[in-house]
Unconditional design. Structure first.
Length: 272
């Protein structure tokens, strides 16, 4: 109980979660609300955000504010910042993102740039805007959502991998740089996790080398690691950590590429 109170004391009273309308972000919002945080819920799908806000207030008695924002738009983080200028936010979970696998040269370049603004630049902008606010209030926390394997490259998901590699490196750098201002920064390196993204990629969880983990496990391990240790990044799942420690990067890259290429072929078979 003591550590729960001090976590809320240190990082509360408000937490911001981007990409809160589904999957891992919605789970972050639930777990933080269960510890007494008031929540800012940001994403595009207003109906899902409103339903989650009502659920959090009903179940946990906390306040929740919905901010509808498309984080692939250039001025999105400025607008998000203005919408929550009156709130004392001590914890920021920069989680929004998605993927659209395919053959790099066949992809529409404008769409690649839109995805890159979401998957990379929105995290940079969130870290800059809210990092400044946290520094002015004397400290806080920033969690940045990365992706397993991204740092080594993921064939057929090259744009997303590059974007998430930027996020990982950004987080590792800020972990050291912002510590002086009392801001703890950690990148949570998301492994295959059972959300809409798995289906969007066309992956069959039964055929994956490691079954996708639940959002509950992904988020609870991440929050435990954030609280407990001073690591710059954290990969949920013991088996994932073992795999990434012992499997050489080039093998991991080939395995992930083969898995996504198979999923793409299945998707086009189904579409035909
Ligand atoms: N699940 C996995 O296996 C996996 C693996 C590696 C990395 N990740 C990363 O984990 C994070 C969470 O994804 P998830 O697995 O929970 O998938 P998800 O259920 O699809 O959630 C993605 C969230 O991002 C939001 N989002 C997408 N585009 C947005 C935009 N343009 N502006 C604002 N918000 C946007 C979505 O909300 P709206 O659609 O309502 O805007 C949604 O809330 C993402 O950064 C993803 O890249 C996931």
């Amino acid at each position: 109980m003591k550590s729960i109170v001090s976590f809320l004391d240190r990082y509360g009273p408000w937490a911001l979660v981007t990409g809160a309308s589904s999957g891992i972000g919605a789970e972050f919002a639930r777990q933080l609300a269960s510890e007494g945080f008031h929540l800012v819920l940001a994403a595009r799908r207003e109906d899902l955000l409103d339903a989650l806000a009502a659920e959090l207030s009903r179940r946990f008695g906390v306040q929740a504010r919905v901010v509808v924002v498309d984080l692939s738009e250039e001025d999105a983080v400025d607008r998000l910042g203005r919408a929550v200028a009156d709130l004392d936010i001590g914890l920021v979970v920069s989680n929004a993102g998605t993927g659209d696998p395919g053959h790099f040269l066949d992809q529409d370049h404008d769409e690649q740039l839109r995805l890159f603004r979401l998957n990379a630049l929105s995290h940079l902008n969130v870290a800059h805007h809210f990092g400044g606010r946290l520094a002015r209030r004397g400290g806080g926390g920033i969690l940045l959502g990365g992706a397993m394997g991204a740092a080594h490259g993921i064939p057929f998901s090259a744009n997303e991998a590059g974007a998430k590699a930027l996020v990982q490196s950004l987080g590792e750098s800020l972990h050291v740089e912002l510590r002086r201002q009392g801001i703890r920064v950690m990148t949570y390196v998301v492994p295959p996790t059972d959300t809409a993204i798995i289906r969007k990629f066309g992956l069959d969880p039964e055929l994956m080398p490691v079954k996708p983990m639940s959002t509950t496990q992904c988020v609870s391990e991440t929050l435990r690691a954030f609280r407990a240790n001073g690591k710059s990044s954290f990969l949920p799942g013991r088996m994932n950590r073992i795999m990434s420690a012992i499997i050489p990067a080039f093998v991991m890259r080939l395995m992930m590429g083969a898995m996504i290429e198979r999923a793409l072929a299945n998707r086009s078979d189904q579409a035909a």
